[in-house]
Structures are given as structure tokens and as C-alpha cells.
Design a binder for this molecule. Structure first.
Ligand code: AMP
Ligand code: GLY
Length: 430
């Protein structure tokens, strides 16, 4: 079997690692792989964004399965192009990927299908947006509708902050085209949960829910990032909550997309807020979350490959049920100095053997590259280290120790991944 993974980050390293586990004899290929991915897959010298070149390459190389990690190529229609050329691909069409690529579209779909989410309005005109902000008052959340690498949502405590955010998006175009339409919505209070479903367009196989840590600083302070860490399982995600997410969010969303003639086949990511009023959708993504995938996938006991192949080949997931190890996983992201702002590249990384030899620690590379035998930083998020343990505290300890032991100049990471869950544990014991 010949498998291509599209993408270059930590999520894609985790996907490759799982595919290698599930198909030890397969030929694996990856687009411009980071140094970790390069140990598992042959390098394809075409970037994830070059959809036409990748389509030609995959068809000529007789790729049996392509798995697309990031949202940008999906929104650009990579799955449509691959299918058109007869390459089986795991990932939604561009039309279905609008659930992530256009927040305005996602909100409209949710309103139509009666899916619980924050009240909102969509604007392209600044004056109208400002009038709405004045009328509603803070706190509000102002979001660029298009793709903005996880940085397009501004949580505003006051209407002055919301005015500033809407103005920079609509007038100054800080997010370029992505911000020419903005969604302004009610601020929701509660804990967030990332719920992933592998879907054939109808059936939703819900994976173990995880919790992300979006802020750069400990105790969830400082600016938003792509994600500084994640853990699973989450005790808040009881069977009732998962059932509700499936019945009230995932299945109605899939039905609504099918009814519009764009069934979603791939990984549907629901970012949920557990509010006092029940669960509500914060956002949808059309792909695995990063770094949640690096925590969830290592706990998956059943085959990832079989689910992906079934969906990619247009089959049905009916009757399948993924199974997970009874263990906890904590993933800590190691970031470059300055991230999520500007950061330097090319700093040498050392990973001690105490980390690489530990069977309970997995190192997933993100922004790394190898040059003249040296391992160097090449991105804002450099690596994600996952610790596995029988309890969350044990897993967190392993992840944190490994994160501390890996060395590069300017490294920073959060030492408190999983803190909400551990605080709950303490409260339950008291
Ligand atoms: P998004 O780009 O929509 O995923 O938003 C990024 C982050 O902003 C989310 O993970 C939340 O932490 C926060 N956020 C987004 N929308 C809301 C909201 N309506 N209420 C509170 N926080 C929000
Ligand atoms: N970790 C959040 C995301 O992947 O969008």
C-alpha cells in the first residue's frame, strides 16, 4: 500500500506514526516532511499548498490513500482534485470544508439546522458592525470569517475592544481577505472541549474528546496560539455529553451538509463550549486538531488506517466502533522564543536518550529540519511531546519531564497542561 500524508507539522507526524503502526509494510510518503516525519516517510519535494503539482504526483505515483492534515489545501480543493484523478483521499471537498473556511457559512448552517451556538451577526460593512457593537455592548467575540491560522478570533471584554477589533479587520484588513467578512458573537463562558468524529458523510465515529490549551501562558493567560498542549481523556466529557455532542451537533451538521449537496467525508472537529446553558459550538474544523491529535491518536487501540481507507474509498462506517486504551495522554508543545509572535529559526535541538528511550514518551516533530546532520528549529511550534500514563498526573509528569529535558535556545513550554482536569481531581478528592 502506498500512502501520502499532506502537511508538515506535529499532527501529520502523529498521523504518519499511526499509519506506520497500522501498516508496517506500507510505503509512506510525506510533503516536505519535518525531521521527525522524514524518519518514517519518503520526502515528496512539493509543498502542501501546491494542489495541482501534488495531484499530478499522487496520480502518477499510484498513491492508494492520501490523508490531508491541514485545512488550507482542503479549502483549496485538494480532495476534489485527487478524487477527480482517481486517488482515494481522506478529507472533505472544498464545499464541505467551508464549515471551517467560512465562519459565516458555519453559523448560517447551524442556525438553519438548529445547532446550539453563540448568537451572532455577520458583517461586511464597518459602520453596521460598529452600530451593532454599540447596541449590544461587551463582552463580545469578533472573528475574521476566513482562514486565519487559528488567530482570527478576538475575545473582547468591552465594546471599545470590539470596536478596535472590527475596525482592524474590516478597515485595515489585518487578516487580509479572511477578514473582509466578520462574525460578531456573544461571549460564552465555560470549559472548551475538542470533539472529533471520523465520518463517511452520515455516520459519526466519535473519538476520545480532548482539551486544548490555546493561550501561550500558564493558567491560560497571554495571547492565543495554535495550541500549546492537550490531554485526553477529559472527565467532563461524560457519556451523556458525548451522546449530546453526537445527537445535537455532529449528526445534524452532517445531515445539513448532505442536504446542501456537499456531504462531509473526513474528520469533523467540533470545538464545543460547556456553558451553564448546555453545550454550544464555538467552531468547526474540517481536519484533526493540532496538538489534540498528538494526545488522542496514541490512545487509539483499533486501526486508524481502516477507518481512513473506508471513508476515502467512499464506503460506510456503519457498525464500526473505535476503541481506546484505558490510559491518559498529555501533550506539551515546545515553542520557539517569541512564539506566537515572530521567532528565530535554525537553533540546534538536542533530544537526550532519556527521552527517546522512554517507551511512555512520544516525540512528534512540528517545526524542525535536519541540516548537515544537525537537528534545527524551523517553526514557531517546534515539537509536541506526549506522555502516556495510567493517570493524568502521571502522563503530565512524563510529558513535562521530557519537555524540560529537550534542549534548544529560547525554548518555552507550559508546565501546566491538564491543569483544569487535575484541579477537578483535587476537588473530587477533597
Ligand atoms: P475560534 O477561532 O472560533 O476557534 O476561536 C478561538 C478561541 O477563541 C476559542 O477556542 C475560544 O477560546 C475563544 N472563543 C471563540 N468564540 C468564543 C465565544 N463565543 N465565547 C467565548 N470564547 C470564544
Ligand atoms: N488545536 C486547535 C486546532 O487545531 O484548531
Amino acid at each position: 500500500m502506498r500512502i501520502l500524508v499532506v502537511g508538515t507539522g506535529g499532527r501529520e507526524h502523529a498521523l504518519l506514526w499511526m499509519l506506520r503502526r497500522d501498516a508496517p509494510g506500507a510505503e509512506l510518503y510525506a510533503t516536505q516532511p519535518n525531521a521527525g516525519m522524514a524518519t518514517l516517510a519518503h520526502a515528496v519535494p512539493i509543498g502542501p499548498g501546491d494542489v495541482e503539482a501534488l495531484t499530478g504526483w499522487a496520480a502518477s505515483q499510484r498513491i492508494d490513500l492520501a490523508v490531508v492534515g491541514p485545512e488550507a489545501p482542503l479549502a483549496a480543493g485538494i480532495a476534489d482534485r485527487f478524487r477527480h484523478k482517481g486517488v482515494a483521499v481522506f478529507g472533505p471537498t472544498a464545499e464541505a470544508a467551508r464549515i471551517e473556511a467560512s465562519k459565516a457559512f458555519a453559523k448560517e448552517l447551524m442556525a438553519e439546522a438548529g445547532i446550539p451556538t453563540a448568537e451572532h451577526r455577520t458583517f461586511t460593512d464597518l459602520e453596521e458592525a460598529l452600530a451593532f457593537i454599540r447596541e449590544r455592548g461587551g463582552p463580545l467575540v469578533v472573528k475574521a470569517s476566513g482562514l486565519a491560522a487559528g488567530k482570527g478570533a478576538v475575545v473582547c471584554a468591552t465594546s471599545d475592544e470590539a470596536t478596535a477589533a472590527a475596525s482592524t479587520m474590516l478597515r485595515d484588513r489585518t487578516f487580509g481577505e479572511a477578514g473582509k467578512e466578520v462574525v460578531i458573537e456573544e461571549f460564552m463562558e465555560g470549559e472548551e472541549l475538542s470533539v472529533f468524529a471520523v465520518t463517511d458523510g452520515e455516520e459519526a465515529l466519535v473519538l476520545l474528546p480532548a482539551q486544548d490549551h490555546k493561550r501561550v501562558g500558564e493558567a491560560d493567560t497571554g495571547p492565543n496560539t495554535g495550541g500549546m498542549g492537550a490531554y485526553a481523556p477529559v472527565s467532563l466529557a461524560t457519556e451523556t455529553v458525548v451522546q449530546e455532542a453526537r445527537e445535537r451537533v455532529l449528526l445534524p451538521t452532517l445531515r445539513a451538509l448532505s442536504d446542501r449537496g456537499c456531504p462531509f467525508k473526513g474528520l469533523l472537529y467540533a470545538g464545543l463550549m460547556l456553558t451553564g446553558d448546555g453545550l454550544k459550538v464555538v467552531e468547526f474544523n474540517c481536519r484533526f486538531g493540532d496538538p489534540e491529535a498528538q494526545a488522542i491518536l496514541p490512545l487509539l487501540e483499533s486501526s486508524l488506517l481502516e477507518m481512513l481507507v473506508e471513508v476515502a474509498e467512499g464506503g460506510s462506517l456503519k457498525g464500526r466502533e473505535p476503541s481506546f486504551r484505558t490510559a491518559a495522554a498529555v501533550t506539551t508543545v515546545l515553542a520557539s522564543e517569541g512564539y506566537p509572535g515572530d521567532y528565530p529559526k535554525g537553533r540546534e535541538i538536542e533530544i537526550p536518550t532519556t527521552v527517546t528511550d522512554n517507551p511512555d514518551v512520544l516525540v512528534f516533530h512540528a517545526g524542525t529540519k535536519r541540516s548537515d546532520g544537525h537537528l534545527l528549529t524551523a517553526g514557531g511550534r517546534v515539537m509536541a511531546v506526549t506522555g502516556i500514563g495510567s493517570t493524568l498526573a502521571e502522563a503530565a509528569g512524563k510529558s513535562r519531564d521530557a519537555a524540560a529535558a529537550i534542549r534548544f535556545e529560547g525554548k518555552h513550554f507550559r508546565k501546566d497542561i491538564g491543569w483544569r482536569e487535575m484541579a477537578r481531581d483535587e476537588r473530587n478528592k477533597a
